[in-house]
Design a protein. Sequence first.
Length: 297
Amino acid sequence: MTDPTILYCVGATKAGTTWLYRYLHDHPECALPAVKEAHYWDTFDAARCEKQLVAFRVRLREMRAAKVKANAEGRGWQVENMDRRINEMKALIATLEGDRRDDSAYAAWLTGGRDGAKVVADVTPNYATLSDEDLVRMRDLSPTTKFLYLIRDPLDRLWSHIRMQARRQRQDHEEYAKKSNNILYRILNRGHETHILERGDYPKIIRKLRRVIPEGRLLIQFAEDLFTPQGLGQLCAFLGIKPVKAVVARPANEGPEVAMLDKLRPRALGLLNEHYEWVARNVGPLPQRWQDNLARA
């Protein structure tokens, strides 16, 4: 039996990675862990690892509470599902806490118990921020590793990321729309929240990926095309699996819509103009949504 293809989806943040995870999770030829973002490759630093472990332990407690509730309400199918999720989270925590010198424990966690699958995947957008050396280590874990980088219209991605940040940081007394626009204002005028821009720096990230990942093992795909039969066909051909109809038609985790202030939009487009033009020159013809926003810039 041949080893499965290991797919790393390395972003971009707010570019459809949750939708992709669900699509592959439900695909009959794939077997994905119950944890979408493993955060293995970006937690070799001790402090960062401990921070991630704290977050995972909180999620583990939530899973156990959900299992108790499901059991009390007689939802046996959900109890079984929660058992799987709990066991995989416990195994991931043990992997992060254990010996990580040769990455064998991670490989066992990712591929274990998934016999017969053509593809397994770790969908962690933060991996796009890793160094060349870390990406090489990921690449060399297996000769079957492949990398996918989803890119979404730069303005749409930026605004979606900002709104996610606003939802996470908002206090009870703060208005969601106002906080979102305040974050954009700080990015444009004060150089704050630089990580939001870094997660969508397509020229920098794509150059890095192309330096490290051989041709044929890297796919750069427009998120807008992913939800079309042609886009799914391209993805599935890259992974060596058959296209199947998606259960969920549109992206997940988009959050409530909030209008960007008209006075901020032109400056945001100006900030991102280079990204539009670079992608057009170096990746391929821009989807219509990209073309429309580029024309406004």
